[in-house]
Design a protein around this ligand. Sequence first.
Ligand code: FAD
Length: 452
Amino acid sequence: MSPAYCVVGGGISGLVAAYRLRVAAGPQASITLFDPADRLGGALRTERIGGQAMDVGAEAFVARRPEVPALLAELGLANRQVGTTGARPLIYSQDRLHPLPAGTLQGIPAQPSALAGLVDDATIARMHDERNRPLRWRHGADPSVAELVGDRFGDQVVTRSVEPLLAGVYAGSAATIGVRSAVPTLAGALDRGARSLTDAVREAVPPPVTGSVFGAVDGGYRVLVDELIRRARAQWVQVGIERVARAAAGWDLVDDEGTRHHADAMVLAVPAPVLARMVADVAPRTAAAARRIPVASTALVALALPGGTPLPQQSGVLVASGEQRLRAKAVTLTSRKWGPRGNVELVRLSFGRFGDNLTRGAGDEDLLGWAAEDLATLFGVHTEPVDCHVQRWIDAMPQYGPGHGELIGELRSGLPPTIAVAGAFLDGIGVPACVAAATRAAASLVTARVAR
Ligand SMILES: Cc1cc2nc3c(=O)[nH]c(=O)nc-3n(C[C@H](O)[C@H](O)[C@H](O)COP(=O)(O)OP(=O)(O)OC[C@H]3O[C@@H](n4cnc5c(N)ncnc54)[C@H](O)[C@@H]3O)c2cc1C
């Protein structure tokens, strides 16, 4: 008889784990999924705004990574994968809009000229001179991005070119994100003996891609979520799990009403702070490591503006850190990025960076007001939206600090073989990395010897 599998957390990580367990264990296997939310999908959430399907959490995936295209194909959804229109984003810095520098690695330039106009002449001169300054790099080192790039190229490169990109991905700052997580290929080039940051970036920068860097799902991520739910055929129990306890055989999952649910083996696919509480009794080393992963909150305002609103032909705006005239950290001009939909202009503004507490006390009316002000500042647009939606993501963005890889090694090594973890705090924050980690988690349970 197949073991009783449980999956805790029904975001993309939990859903992929449940689906992989179903494929491996067969139609008769017992798979129970716990999630207290009003619907499954976690940070993959699609709403109808202005009559159009619009993602109000993740909206895209890195298309050159194989995981999401392969999953879509496996689920018969390959024809739902769409690419961007080719419109490029801008950077807002020093009260002006600038083109996004080309040929950079997460904003770290391979050529100083790429940042002309964005940083001052002294910074350009410092970058030109960088190869003449001796670089001390210890194999395996993992300084923060700000420490490395600030020291070699100067602070303006950090705040105006690197942080706008890191804020988009992690809602984080270069001071709290490690080089090895944010730009692993750069760390690799330095480990291999690059003699300067300039040389390392030149070695690591990927060749220009033909086609779209990002993919999305036509109809929104809801399409992928629904198909995973259908294929996983897990029993969804709509409660939160408080903790895992040892049982005579296997485990008990204790829910927030005190009810115990039996599991022989489980995937825990919840955010790191929740995991820390959940496994405190049964895997204290894992809990201690999970507790050390900081998280950021962010809020998203999605707007449908009337068709014909005069927005630029760009995919959006990434905001440099420290800008006083804007509150948003990023604006996506959704209809320009992915192509027109209906007779509306869809726009997303996201607010809140790690440690700034900007969104904590803000009500929906505040956020909508900030969105209106920022659109006026950026584009001179004062148009009333025809529809809007405010979505909050509390503690949803794990921060990949220096030494994150070692921390995750410690976290995983503290787990008994019949408990596996999946989630955005492990091997990468993006959807492709979540799919990969969930696949690994499910595979480890299938090969674990489950005592029954
Ligand atoms: C605003 C935003 C924009 C993003 N944009 C992109 C993007 O464009 N591209 C990209 O690749 N990535 C993006 N990301 C990152 C990516 O979406 C997430 O990292 C990923 O979806 C996380 O999936 P997850 O299943 O690990 O966690 P989550 O989606 O957070 O799911 C965790 C689930 O656990 C449940 N849960 C919590 N506590 C309990 C409990 N006690 N018991 C049971 N269940 C519980 C929650 O209800 C939730 O459903 C974005 C993230 C956010 C927040």
